[in-house]
Write a protein that binds this ligand. Sequence first.
Ligand code: OKP
Ligand code: ZN
Length: 345
Amino acid sequence: MITFHNPLQHTHAPEHEFFRGERVPCFENPTRAAYVEAALTARGHVLHPPDVDCTEVLAKIHAPRYLAFLASAWQQWLSLGEGQDRVQPFPSVWPVRTLRSDIEPDNFIAKLGLYSMDNGSPLAAGTWTAAKAGADAAASAAARLAAGERAAFCSTRPPGHHAGPDFMGGYCFLNNAAVAAQWLRDHGAARVAVLDVDYHHGNGTQSIFYDRADVLFVSIHGDPRTEYPFYLGHAGETGAGLGAGCNLNLPLPAGTDAATWFAALEQACARIAAFGADALVVSLGLDTYEGDPISRFRLATTDFLRLGARLRGVGLPTVLVLEGGYAAAALGTNAVNVLEGFEQA
Ligand code: OKP
Ligand code: ZN
């Protein structure tokens, strides 16, 4: 399988996030990609840099004012005063119910709240550079399907599936899986399925495609009653308008084991088969792993071989886009296991 990486991923390296009242080192850090790339290289894969510019596709899935903000956010932060480069910006006020989100405030922190769903997506000097290159890499992987490849993997970082039409969230800034799906739509695929197997519901991807009939979104994830992102991902969310029936959520309780998880995967695959997609995009979160520090499913390293084999069985040209996975030292092996399961099936 052809593999892509993001050579600029290390430029997105915020130091801290908040966890239960404490500032802790970021779970989503450059080391994650380093482990994935080392494991891929060790098993003989050649990592390709992006060769597609996703700018046009980005404009179809994200709002112009959000993209403009993100591209200039660090410069705006620095212009607040001397020494801002030594600290991270965090939002502190959000336009929830009854407050207006149609007017972009002038104040930087107010803008950051407008364009964020949480305080868990810290910005760094290279965030835009890294996120844009990561989205380019996802588009590059999608482009290889049109060129005849059976499958392509993209070691994207930062992740993307929580990023919505006009907001960042959950360590995500640009929705890489949505970029891949939209790229495929724009280059010959009439219908695309997105399968999100990250532990956390891909609220951003769901929202981007919620009213569209040309992109099916299917997600297996921790029940939002107890798991992040809390406010989306319930089974009753099935799509709206033209997209009615084109969204399937399969929430599972924290603590779910591999047997139950793979039964949900069968339901997901059945829905994808019925949809009649021309291509498949997988939001490949590996935080379903039993050793993940912030998630609570119980998949073992060998289960990722089985996942890869089942994904190949869907029988569609497939782009695999890395999402979460925070047991960094195991992430490389878990990722290459998905690829090897896919290739050997
Ligand atoms: C991103 B992805 C609190 C930590 C919770 C949300 C988890 C984001 C997961 N500061 N952060 O889906 O793997
Ligand atoms: Zn996740």
